[in-house]
Design a protein around this ligand. Structure first.
Ligand code: ZN
Length: 666
């Protein structure tokens, strides 16, 4: 074979493999066997190696994933990535349509819009850029303006073409998702490795695409439904979707062109009933005006296009069996009954436990072990049991009786006095209860406490079980050799844990105080006390009267703080702990560019977590409040901000993005 023949053969193989990719991954109807496909691929790889001058980054042989990255670059989107407003009823959908018709009439347009209803997939939005028909970049949505460059990861995803059938320059928007059965499979693997499970398919998709190792992504069977083309000249959404199919993208077949909202409603009702039967999570429909010219006339509000709307499904309800009721002992000794359920998928998440709150709640529901129970989930809320099918109850099912002793240490359980009445919750009052201990350790290392990132809940549990950590001090006595060789821990993870502990040896006063897990002492109160007393020594010696004088400190807190530091056992522990960590003092009032300014945070910010944003604002003298009022100086607005956005408009509070916040700090 000469060079020219080799070049022709390489191109032929690439074209052939692309056609079979579409048949296999997009249409799910392969016409050749896996073996034949693999041998074509092997032949191409061989020729590319032999003739490196014809090698190409976009060759199908490159889908296996390249080098491990050390971070994702930031990407400025060429077109702002909007998100849709939500509606929850046909009435709200009609209002949306009426508003649009009125706006169109003002512009002198009397044509009534028609609609395309598409599935709203519970996944992760991705933005794919093609230049002259060649795939050049993929990015996450981020905050709509700036996302993360995930090109190397997306390149491994076989449902998207790397070369289009036409030499066009377009941006394609799609939703990346993963199958429910993949969630179950991957979670099983992770559990066996002692890793945390993914809560739902959306987290799994996001977690996968944010992997720095493209080879992991290549193995994970990511799916992408394409649904939008930016650039290009299309007269309708319908045409755009067919064009995407023509280009070799996977487009969800379950969509409908509707002339009226009644047709949309029919489609909605149909899918509301069968959404759980699909491979992917669906949380509603996206209803878009089909006519592109009408869409363009309507334009955009501050955060959404007017021509489309997300029509959300109501809360998901499923039925499953209650296998057992176990008791969980909290850090404070509070006993919470937990429903152990036969694992069930609800809104894309696998659920096997749900809180039953307290014995009264169990009585109210009359829920018994063996019962078939109704489980409900609304939005991001934790699933809850709200009903029981008593007609399905096994004959021998007995009512739950609250045990009288702690499941861990067998000390008697007591109700607390709250004023004159006793609380609904039972408590284990044993100071040395191992369960309280474990919860206390988990709290100690948590983000808002000592922030020892690499010591997650699972790891603390393992180390606690085998006696590697017994109290706060023992964490700082850990050595690498203790960890290496434990099941699931290698050289690298041991090093990470050690580095993370080292970092925690220097800790700001308020976080140290909160980490100790003193009863009733929340994060905010810890801050108030830290700011007032400035040093830990002064807090240890503070009297009840001194504490109660601090703004934000109530009687209960003052009492427990004094009792805590008066305890001899605690004093000994703290003396040892303070030899391991250095607590940095915090001034009374922090000054900075944000002094006197009050912020409210809503939505998901592009780079900072909410807690990080809060800390940043407070470090610069600002305050963070949880709701918008006339005193709000700024609303820090992230992706998918909720009702606070409307409140901010109501009160006229200016809205700023994360990058604008950073500017304020300079
Ligand atoms: Zn106990």
């Amino acid at each position: 074979m000469n060079k020219l023949e080799a070049k022709a053969k390489i191109e032929e193989l690439r074209g052939l493999l692309e056609r079979h990719r579409v048949l296999y991954h997009v249409h799910d109807s392969p016409t050749i066997s896996d073996e034949v496909y693999d041998s074509l691929m092997a032949e191409l790889a061989f020729l590319e190696k032999r003739y490196p001058e014809f090698d190409d980054e976009r060759s199908p042989t490159k889908r296996i994933g390249g080098e491990v990255l050390d971070h994702f670059e930031k990407v400025q989107h060429e077109v702002k990535q909007w998100s849709f407003d939500n509606v929850f009823s046909l009435e709200e959908l009609r209002d949306w349509n009426e508003r649009n018709i009125t706006l169109l009439q003002k512009e002198g347009v009397t044509q009534k819009p028609t609609f395309v209803a598409e599935m709203k997939i519970d996944g992760l939005k991705v933005v794919l850029t093609y230049r002259d028909g060649i795939f050049v970049r993929a990015a996450t949505r981020g905050n709509g303006e700036v996302g993360e460059d995930i090109t190397e990861n997306i390149k491994t995803v076989k449902v998207i073409p790397l070369i289009l059938s036409q030499k066009v320059s377009i941006t394609v928007v799609g939703e990346a998702w993963m199958k429910k059965k993949d969630l179950i499979k991957i979670n099983k693997e992770r559990e066996s490795q002692g890793l945390a499970s993914y809560a739902n398919t959306r987290n799994l998709s996001a977690g996968t695409l944010r992997q720095l190792d493209p080879k992991v992504v290549a193995r994970r069977n990511i799916q992408i439904f394409a649904y939008d083309i930016e650039g290009g000249d299309y007269t309708s959404q319908e045409e755009e979707l067919s064009k995407l199919e023509h280009f070799g993208f996977l487009v969800n077949k379950d969509r409908k062109v509707c002339r009226t909202l009644e047709e949309v409603q029919k489609f909605y009702e149909k899918w509301k009933g069968k959404r759980n039967g699909e491979d992917y999570g669906i949380d509603g429909l996206v209803v878009k005006i089909n006519e592109r010219d009408l869409w363009d006339i309507l334009g955009y509000t501050a955060k959404s296009p007017r021509g489309g709307v997300a029509y959300k499904f109501p809360a998901v309800e499923v039925a499953t069996r209650l296998l057992a009721i176990t008791l969980q002992v909290g850090r404070t000794g509070a006993i919470t009954p937990v429903a152990e359920l036969s694992p069930v998928l609800i809104a894309g998440s696998v659920v096997s436990r749900a809180t039953l709150h307290n014995a009264n709640e169990i009585e109210r529901l009359d829920v018994r072990v063996g019962d078939t129970v109704q489980l409900r989930k609304t939005g991001d809320v934790i699933p809850e049991i709200f009903g029981v099918f008593t007609e399905l109850r096994p004959k021998n099912a007995r009512a739950f009786v609250m045990p009288t002793v702690c499941p861990e240490c067998h000390s008697p359980l007591l109700k607390e006095k709250v004023g004159k009445e006793s609380s609904v919750a039972f408590y284990c009052k044993n100071k040395n209860c191992p369960a309280k201990h474990l919860e206390g350790l988990i709290h100690f290392v948590s983000k808002k406490g000592m922030n020892i990132e690499e010591l997650g809940q699972k790891t603390v549990e393992i180390f606690h079980d085998i006696g590697l950590i017994t109290d706060f001090v023992s964490i700082f006595k850990l050595q690498k050799v203790d960890i290496v060789g434990l099941e699931g821990f290698g050289e690298k993870s041991a090093e990470n844990i050690m580095a993370s502990i080292e970092k925690a040896r220097k800790v700001p006063l308020h976080r140290f105080l909160f980490a100790l897990g003193i009863r009733h002492l929340g994060e905010q109160t810890a801050k108030d006390i830290a700011r007032h007393f400035v040093s830990f020594g002064k807090i240890q010696k503070a009297s009840y009267d001194e504490l109660i004088a601090v703004e934000g400190v109530g009687e209960k807190v003052a009492e427990t703080v004094v009792a805590y530091f008066n305890d001899k056992h605690t004093q000994e522990l703290l003396a040892k702990l303070l030899q391991e960590v250095s607590v940095t003092e915090e001034g009374k009032k922090r000054e900075g560019n944000l002094s006197g300014k009050t912020f409210v945070i809503t939505g998901t910010l592009p780079t900072l977590s909410r807690d990080e944003a809060k800390e940043l604002i407070e470090r610069n003298g600002g305050k963070v409040s949880s709701s918008v009022s006339s005193k709000t100086s700024y609303l820090l607005l992230g992706e998918n901000g909720g009702s606070k956005y409307d409140d901010a408009i109501k009160y006229g509070a200016p809205m700023i993005s994360e990058s604008e916040l950073q500017k304020l700090l300079k």
